[in-house]
Each structure stands twice: as C-alpha cells, then as structure tokens.
Design a protein around this ligand. Structure first.
Ligand SMILES: [Zn+2]
Length: 380
C-alpha cells in the first residue's frame, strides 16, 4: 500500500501537498479544501463522491467561520466536535450515507460511524469513540448528549453562498466596509426559506446586535419581507410604493400584475429601474428558470414602456414560427419593427440566453438579419 497520498491545489497538477495514505479529503489553512481523486487501491473517485466530500468539508469551514461550535477546533473529544462531524455527514448529498434518506435512520448510521456500536469497535474518530464509551455510562454526559442529538444544527445547513454572503455583509457593515443597503439587497435575493432561516437564526440575531439599532430594525423587517422596506434603496432609491408593487409582482411571477404595476410607474420610477444593475441582477435571481418572463421584464424596463412586455413575447413567438424559414417572414420583421432600438439592443445585450433559444436556431440568412437588426446595424 502507498505510504502517502499526494494532493495538489487548483486545476493544474504543478504543486504537491502530502498527507497520510488514508486521507480522503481535508481542509488546509482554514479555507482550502483538498479532495482525493484516487483511492489507495487505485480506483478513481466518482464525481458524486468528490462532490459529497466538498459539501462535507464546506460544512466544516462554515461551522468554524460562524463560531457556533467553538470547542470543535480545540477539543477532539468534545460534543461541539461531534456536532460538527455529525452535521458534515448529515448534509452530504453523496458519500457513506447515500441512500439513507429517513432522517432518524441517517442520524443513527452517522452516530454509529462516529462513536461505534461498542466499546471495543474501531472508529475513525478515536477521541469521540473513547469519550462516548467512557465508564460509567450512567454518568457520562457526553454519551447522553450524543444519544439526544438526532438532527444537524447551526446556521446555513444547505451551505448556501447567499446566506454566507449575508453573514459577511453583516460583519463588514459593523466594520464600516458595507452599508445597510448592501445587506438589504442581499436579503432580496434570498429565497423565502433562506429568509426564514436567517430571521430565526441565533447567529444572525447576534450579528444584528452589533450594528446600529435603526439598521438592525430595517434588516429585521426586510427578513420578514423585502417589500416591507420597499426592496431597499439600491433597487428603489426613492422608496416609491409603485416600484415596490412592481417588484412584488415580479417576485410573484404574475404577468398581468407585472404589466399593470409597471404601467402605474411614473417617469421617475421608470428612470430608477432603467439600467439599474441591482434590479437587473435581482431579476436574474428572482426568475432563474422563467426565461420568457425574465426576457419580457428586462426588455420592458429597458424600453421604459409597459407595451414591450407583450411585444417581446410576440417577437419570441415570431422567432419560433420562423424555424426553418430561409427568408425573413413578414411577421418576424414586423415584430422587430415594434421594438424600439433600446429594446432591441437591450435584448441583444442583457438576454443572451433568450437569444440562444430564440434567435440562434434560425436559418441563415434570417439569423444574420435578425442579429444585425437587434444590434442596431440594420433597420427592421
Ligand atoms: Zn469531517
């Protein structure tokens, strides 16, 4: 058997870091995760196992960073360490406990793996094993704590980069490197479940206790609902109730309401939304899989008129209808003519994925003509 396992950092094997022969993955320097590519027997790890190991190690990094289990780094026989390992295995999508989906059965299997099923069993976690089986069991607090621990705990069990960013921003806000509006914007891109988790989390409550009280209050309200603070100043600089209504309609994915609330916006509201980077990235995060609706919304705020929501939809349909045509159909040309130059260029610039789906499949020379018109190089 091999004496060592060698790892490398990054995507090129031009560096080497040596570990013991059984190391499958670990963390170096606090934030660098290394994962074994080949097992000691020579077999390659599957992609799924590599992914599972990354999720496992990522959980450890977050636990350490959030500081919720402080003894995990200082005492290998502590309950904090047990909770840290338990959580890392529990959240792994692939790995040793793959297929054990019933949470109670999964918890038991992980416990057995960490502390063994008898005092003589061999565990990969000898300190946890020894502490768990230390006699007399009747007065062994650690033993009781482990038996009572059946679900993972702590903040951000899903390893969400969005929730992690929220933690960073609250810290940066305290240090004066970020403002309350950066945090409010981040909250607006969280899913409803993530907002709920953050609103109830001890870690977030602690961090909020360290920022100015009025800011903390505003953040708490945003966690309840981003609409409660008008989606924040980055997206709604004038705190317009009409912009709030429009953004709420987009969040609800309700097309008729999207159009009617945008129509109710005044010129200042439309100017605030126009070419607003935060709004554009928020729309991308809010409508990730709703390609057509997202394209219509983006083009409507680029064109600054409600009429473009429907006209962009008509354009998309005209593209589909033009499949296989070797000459530009009149319906497609007229759909393009109904879009302003701003909207055509906005479509070309901000809606790449829509372009791939609607325009790319067209036959030459139709595709070339549509492209030139969208880019403003030709008249429709
Ligand atoms: Zn671990």
């Amino acid at each position: 058997a091999a004496q060592d396992a060698n790892f490398f950092y990054g995507s090129r094997q031009d560096n080497e870091h040596t570990h013991g022969p059984t190391t499958l993955g670990t963390i170096e320097g606090g934030t660098t995760v290394i994962v074994r590519g080949r097992r000691s027997g020579g077999a390659w790890q599957t992609r799924e196992r590599i992914m599972g190991a990354l999720v496992h190690e990522c959980s450890h990094i977050l636990v350490k960073d959030y500081g919720e289990l402080p003894a995990t780094g200082t005492n290998a026989a502590s309950f904090d360490r047990y909770r840290d390992e338990f959580r890392a295995y529990f959240v792994e999508p692939h790995g040793n406990f793959e297929g054990i989906t019933d949470p109670t059965a999964r918890a038991t299997a992980i416990k057995d793996h960490l502390v063994g099923t008898s005092s003589t069993a061999v565990s990969s976690y000898p300190e946890l094993h020894a502490a768990y089986w230390a006699a007399p069991l009747a007065t062994n607090t650690f033993h009781q704590q482990v038996d009572g621990h059946t679900r993972p705990d702590g903040f951000n069990l899903a390893n969400s980069p969005r929730l992690d960013r929220l933690v960073s921003l609250l810290r940066e806000q305290r240090a004066g490197r970020a403002g309350v509006e950066d945090t409010i914007f981040q909250i607006s891109v969280l899913s409803a479940a993530e907002r709920q988790e953050a609103a109830g989390a001890t870690l977030i409550a602690t961090l909020l206790g360290r920022v100015a009280a009025p800011d903390a209050d505003r953040i708490r309200r945003a966690l309840t609902s981003p609409a409660a603070v008008g989606y924040g100043r980055e997206m709604n600089p004038n705190d317009s109730p009409r912009v709030t209504a429009f953004l709420s309609a987009v969040a609800a994915k309700a097309p008729d309401e999207i159009v009617s609330t945008y129509r109710a916006c005044n010129p200042q509201d439309r100017a605030d939304l126009h070419f607003n980077e935060h709004v554009l990235s928020w729309i991308g995060a809010t409508l990730p899989n709703e390609l057509l609706m997202r394209t219509c919304v983006m083009c409507m705020i680029t064109g600054r008129s409600f009429v473009y929501f429907d006209r962009v939809r008509v354009f998309a349909q005209a593209c589909s209808a033009a499949a296989g045509a070797s000459e530009m159909p009149e319906a497609l040309r007229s759909a393009l003519r109904d879009l302003s130059l701003d909207v055509r260029m906005g479509y070309y610039r901000f809606c790449e994925d829509a372009y791939r789906v609607h325009v790319e499949p067209l036959q030459e020379p139709v595709r070339r003509q549509v492209r030139a018109i969208l880019r403003g190089d030709a008249e429709p």
